[in-house]
Structures are given as structure tokens and as C-alpha cells.
Ligand binder design. Structure first.
Ligand code: ZN
Length: 299
């Protein structure tokens, strides 16, 4: 089953509900960044959180979710758009294997204390950035707090990644429920009861549950209508052409010096860990081009 996300609204118009299955997304991130289990879980949760948040913006817009704590994980960053593409990285992919007392991957310890921020890149407007202090470092709870404190939308976020013994990703997913202005006390109580019953969203995914099944669990007797369903994937927009442009922007002297030292030029994309290598001939051609441009400017 492919990864996908659904966005729904209850027929009583009191709740907005989203759920995502992101097992392949997290697995792709694990393969690209060669993350160890705790790093896999931390990055996977941020990627799912970004997908959920990114599906609330308008078409063509995108978001950047950043978790920056003082723990060994360092920065964890994910960028997602409304189309369901996400990319991301963690500063330290080689985290030691931290588990909690009950044997769970200890994401909170890896993240530490710090800040969660969300930047929305909107068309025709300045980017909007909101941030909150991390309340738990587990990421799902932190995102819950972000929506409630920074955007004043009472929300519940659950994110989870299950890592297999061979370090691959077994299951990954998440949900986001938001109270709409008309939410009644009765609905809120029903939701709270259902939320308590859900121990782990990744366990539900591992059991074979779809995003619809997860919403059924969360919303119980409340009827809902799916407003959008889209496939989600780890997808980066870096390319050899863009890397070439990036290098040419470095300036002639720096390029020439690096070429002399290393015999070639290499650029690695933070987001997907893809490296682009430019051999001597190609770099010399680039230098000639730059010289031509400079001469042209002088005239
Ligand atoms: Zn990339």
C-alpha cells in the first residue's frame, strides 16, 4: 500500500481531522541519510508532522518545520508542500541507540530542550514564522502545543515511527485533529476519550490500518467526509543543474582553489544526501565561462 494522507471534516463541522501513512517516506529518509534507530524515529516524526501541516496550506505554498533542541540530535528539518512532497534531514544521523525504560526509542532525550518553529511560505506574501519552546521533545506533543499556543487552534497531534531490528522502518504515520470554532463540549469529550485509547499511531499502521481506519478510531461515532486524499513521498528538488549554479556562484578564486586542492568539485544536498560531483574538465569549462562573463562586464 502506498503512502497517502487524507484530510477530512466531521459532518457536524466541529472537527478537522487528518491522518497519514508515511512508512515509505520514513524508510526512504532512513536509506538516504543512513540514520540509526533514534534518529530514524525523530526524523520520521518530523517528516510526518511536516506532511500533515503542509497539507493545510494552499496549493503552491509550502512549509518548513524545524525542531532544534540541545540534545545530540541537533537540528531536524523538514520541508513539505501541498502536493504531498516532503524532504528533510537531521544534523546527527548517527545517534547512539537510546531507549526509554519501557524499551521505546527515546526521541525526547535525543532532541533535548529547545524550540519548534514552523515557517509558511505563501504566494504573494512574506513568509510567516511561528515558534514555541519544546514541551516534551517527542515532536507530536510539541506540534500539538505549537498549534494551540502559536496558532490558537486547539489540536491533537500523534506521530510515530516503528524501527525494525535490521534498522529499516517497519511503520510510520501520524494524525492531526483540530477543533473548529463550533466544537461542542460533547464532541471534545468524545474525542478526548478516543485519543486516550490510542497508545501508538505507528502500532496501528503496523497492524495494517489505513489513514481512514485511524480516523475511524479517533472519531468513533462521529461521521466525517474526506475532503482530500493524496499520495505522499520523500522527494527533493535538488538537481545537477542547480548544484552547478550553486558552485558557479561561489566566485572564481574559491572554485579554482578547491579544484586545485581536490581535483574536482562536489556538492552534497543536505535534504536528501545526494552528492553531485563535477570533474576537472567540467570545472575548468565553468571557470572559462565565468572569465567570459567578467570580461563582458568590464566593457
Ligand atoms: Zn536533494
Amino acid at each position: 500500500m502506498d503512502d497517502y494522507l487524507i484530510r477530512a471534516i466531521t459532518t457536524n463541522k466541529e472537527l478537522r481531522a487528518l491522518a497519514v501513512k508515511s512508512t515509505e517516506v520514513a524508510a526512504e529518509a532512513q536509506r538516504r541519510h543512513q540514520t540509526t534507530p533514534v534518529a530514524t524515529a525523530a526524523l520520521g516524526r518530523v517528516l510526518s508532522g511536516a506532511l500533515l501541516t503542509g497539507s493545510l496550506v494552499k496549493s503552491g505554498e509550502e512549509i518548513l518545520l524545524k525542531v532544534e533542541g540541545n540534545g545530540p540530535a541537533g537540528k531536524i528539518i523538514a520541508e513539505a508542500n501541498q502536493e504531498g512532497d516532503v524532504r528533510g534531514y537531521i544534523s546527527n544521523p548517527d545517534l547512539e541507540f537510546y531507549t526509554t525504560d519501557n524499551g521505546k526509542l527515546d526521541v525526547a532525550r535525543a532532541v533535548g530542550n529547545g524550540e519548534l518553529s514552523l515557517t509558511k511560505f505563501m504566494s504573494m506574501k512574506e513568509p510567516y514564522k511561528g515558534s514555541v519552546a519544546l514541551v516534551s521533545g517527542e515532536i507530536g506533543d510539541d506540534l500539538t502545543y505549537y498549534f494551540t499556543a502559536s496558532e490558537q487552534i486547539p489540536s491533537a497531534v500523534g506521530l510515530g515511527v516503528l524501527v525494525d531490528k535490521d534498522l529499516s522502518v517497519k511503520a510510520s504515520g501520524g494524525f492531526l485533529i483540530q477543533l473548529l470554532p463550533d466544537a461542542s463540549e460533547e464532541t471534545i469529550q468524545l474525542l478526548e476519550g478516543n485519543l486516550e485509547k490510542i497508545k501508538s499511531v505507528s502500532a496501528l499502521i503496523e497492524q495494517g490500518m489505513s489513514p481512514e481506519d485511524i480516523l475511524d478510531e479517533l472519531l468513533g461515532d462521529l461521521e466525517y467526509r474526506v475532503m482530500a486524499r493524496k499520495n505522499v513521498q520523500f522527494k527533493c528538488r535538488c538537481s545537477r543543474e542547480r548544484s552547478y549554479e550553486l558552485i558557479s556562484g561561489l566566485g572564481r578564486d574559491e572554485i579554482a582553489e578547491t579544484l586545485k586542492e581536490q581535483g574536482k568539485l562536489e556538492v552534497r544536498c543536505h535534504f536528501c544526501n545526494q552528492s553531485y560531483s563535477f570533474e576537472k574538465d567540467e570545472v575548468e569549462e565553468m571557470l572559462e565561462e565565468l572569465d567570459k562573463e567578467n570580461t563582458a562586464e568590464e566593457y
